[in-house]
Design a binder for this molecule. Structure first.
Ligand SMILES: [Cu+2]
Length: 129
C-alpha cells in the first residue's frame, strides 16, 4: 500500500510540474512578440575602443532592446552606436546609459559601429530567419 501511495504522489508531483509549465505558457501577460534585451558596453581595451559583445543574435520579428553603456574613462565623453540598416543611431555619454528599441524585420548580418569615431571597433548583429 505504501509503495503505491508514493507512486501516486510522484505522478501528482509530475502533473503539477507539467500543468505549471502550461499555465506559464498561456499567461496573457507574456507578450506575443518577444522582446530580446541585450546590454552592450563600450570599453577601452589596451588603447582600442570597442563595443562588447561584438556579435549580437536575434530572430526575425523580434523586438530588440539594446541597453548601451559607455565605460570608456578617457578621451571624449560620448561615443556613438549605430546600426545603419535599422535606422538606429544613439550618442551615449559616459555617465548616461541609453536604451534603443527596434524591430528586427529582416534577416541577415548587419554591422554596427560608433558613428562618432570610425576607428572605434563595432561589431555585427545576426538576425536569424
Ligand atoms: Cu566612439
Amino acid at each position: 500500500m505504501k509503495r503505491s501511495g508514493s507512486w501516486v504522489l510522484g505522478i501528482l508531483a509530475l502533473a503539477g510540474c507539467l500543468s505549471g509549465g502550461n499555465v506559464l505558457a498561456a499567461d496573457p501577460s507574456v507578450p506575443a512578440k518577444p522582446m530580446r534585451e541585450i546590454t552592450l558596453v563600450s570599453v577601452d581595451f589596451e588603447g582600442t575602443k570597442v563595443w562588447v559583445p561584438g556579435t549580437l543574435v536575434a530572430k526575425k520579428g523580434d523586438r530588440v532592446k539594446l541597453k548601451l553603456i559607455n565605460r570608456i574613462m578617457t578621451g571624449p565623453n560620448t561615443h556613438g552606436f549605430a546600426i545603419d540598416d535599422f535606422g538606429v543611431k544613439v550618442v551615449v555619454a559616459r555617465e548616461t546609459p541609453q536604451s534603443v528599441v527596434f524591430t528586427a524585420d529582416k534577416a541577415g548580418l548587419f554591422p554596427f559601429h560608433c558613428h562618432l569615431h570610425p576607428p572605434h571597433i563595432g561589431g555585427q548583429i545576426l538576425i536569424l530567419e
